[in-house]
Design a protein around this ligand. Structure first.
Ligand code: NAD
Length: 382
């Protein structure tokens, strides 16, 4: 079996799907590994390190695409790359099958098996493959570090001979994986942290990190959407959160907002008035920007200064920490590979719920029912 590691081509992408440390286990199974020259450079993994680990390195990307049996990637391949894939090969990565299913059509038509890391079921057995959580952890950390970098104030309480500096006040909206990491990071830097989430279960986790959980009376509605995720709320329920957010924003130096509902645009929770009420010099980092953003004023990918408030809307925070983001992602991918590469042989058993859940397409047909439906719709539109 030949496994290929490609250089990512998406603008701003610095991560790589497997790092040299990942190769030992694969090579021990007799799997051959070929790496595109420069694939890991931006993540600090040089060609020499892959070679030293036992891989071969080549500048011939088309050869890797057409010969590899398995291609772990970070982002989906372009249609022109997909066109080179061989029938029966396997691509594993953040393929965005629910956002852009039609962009995978070329690979599906070529009978490439596609596994999406976003669709790996969030069950205990698959926790070690949960790349969404790995990347959200990095994003939550980096959002706080970036905010601290532009905030014209210090985070910790400082008592000096020149007087006392009060601690920064950080408000985290959405206390899931990214939000909890943002809380932990801001607390480590000495900030006073408040957090809000619609899921009551998040309260205990927030408090265990030394932050204050802000409760909103949502009138007893169900806020849990299953699998630990939030449900999409009515406008009325969202408004109750928006009022709390506006009040809290006015006393916050930093807002980190991470609220998301799977498969839906991010809820618009921060009204423009709330941003206007923030003190000049305050910073808002909209971690939900890739899903449209939690703030009305967010322009995904654009950093703005509005009335002295810095509004950051980064599209790929994990790529700003490429070494550790790649190392974590590589471990998730390697654990997933363990389900399909046994003793060096490719075996795809779609009765395994993890494989079935993550499988976008196999043998020319969509497997995931949500993707199948979306593809039907996009075909009837075209
Ligand atoms: P996510 O990225 O979909 O959402 C981030 C947070 O936004 C969530 O906590 C959600 O409740 C919150 N949110 C959504 N709408 C909101 C609104 N209107 N107002 C305020 N907050 C809102 O979720 P995630 O971080 O990937 O995961 C959420 C939870 O899922 C985790 O905290 C955990 O409990 C669970 N989880 C379980 C597993 C597992 O069992 N393997 C893995 C990962 C996460």
């Amino acid at each position: 079996m030949l496994l290929g590691i490609l250089k990512e081509t998406a603008p701003g992408e610095t991560r790589v799907a497997l790092v040299p440390e990942s190769l030992k286990n694969l090579l021990a199974q007799g799997i051959e590994v070929v790496v595109e020259s420069g694939a890991g450079r931006a993540a600090g993994a040089l060609d020499e390190a892959y070679e030293a680990a036992g891989a071969s390195v080549t500048g011939d990307r088309p050869a890797i695409l057409s010969e590899a049996d398995v291609l772990p990637v970070v982002n989906a391949l372009s249609p022109s790359d997909q066109a080179l894939l061989k029938s029966g090969s396997v691509v594993i990565g953040f393929l965005r099958p629910l956002e852009t299913p039609a962009s995978l059509a070329t690979a599906i038509a070529l009978h490439v098996t596609l596994f999406s890391m976003e669709l790996v079921p969030r069950i205990s057995r698959a926790q070690s493959m949960d790349a969404l959580s790995s990347m959200a952890t990095v994003a939550g950390y980096k959002a706080v570090i970036n905010a601290a970098g532009v905030l014209p104030r210090l985070f910790p309480l400082l008592m000096t001979a020149a007087g006392t500096i009060p601690p920064a006040r950080v408000f985290v909206i959405g206390a899931g994986v990214a939000g909890l990491q943002a809380i932990a990071t801001a607390r480590r830097l000495g900030a006073v942290v408040e957090a809000y989430d619609v899921r009551a279960a998040a309260g205990e986790q927030v408090r265990s990190l030394g932050a204050k959980f802000l409760d909103v009376d949502l009138g007893g509605i169900n806020t849990e959407g299953g699998g630990g995720y939030a449900a999409e709320l009515s406008e009325e329920a969202l408004d109750r959160g928006r009022d709390l957010i506006a009040r809290t924003a006015a006393r916050s130096d930093v807002i980190i907002t991470t609220a998301q509902v799977p498969g839906r645009p991010a809820p618009r929770l921060i009204r423009s008035e709330a941003v206007r009420a923030m003190r000049p010099g305050s910073v808002l980092v909209d971690v939900a920007a890739p899903a449209g953003g939690n703030c009305e004023l967010t322009i995904p990918g654009v950093m703005q200064t509005l009335g002295g408030v810095t509004l950051m809307a980064p599209l790929n925070l994990p790529a700003e920490c490429p070494a550790d983001a790649s190392a974590l992602y590589a471990r998730n991918v390697l654990n997933f590979l363990g389900l399909i590469a046994k003793q060096g042989q490719l075996t795809i058993d779609l009765t395994d719920e993890v494989l079935a859940g993550a499988c976008v397409a196999h043998k020319g047909a969509p497997v995931n029912p949500r993707v199948a439906k979306l593809l039907e719709v996009s075909q009837s539109v075209n």
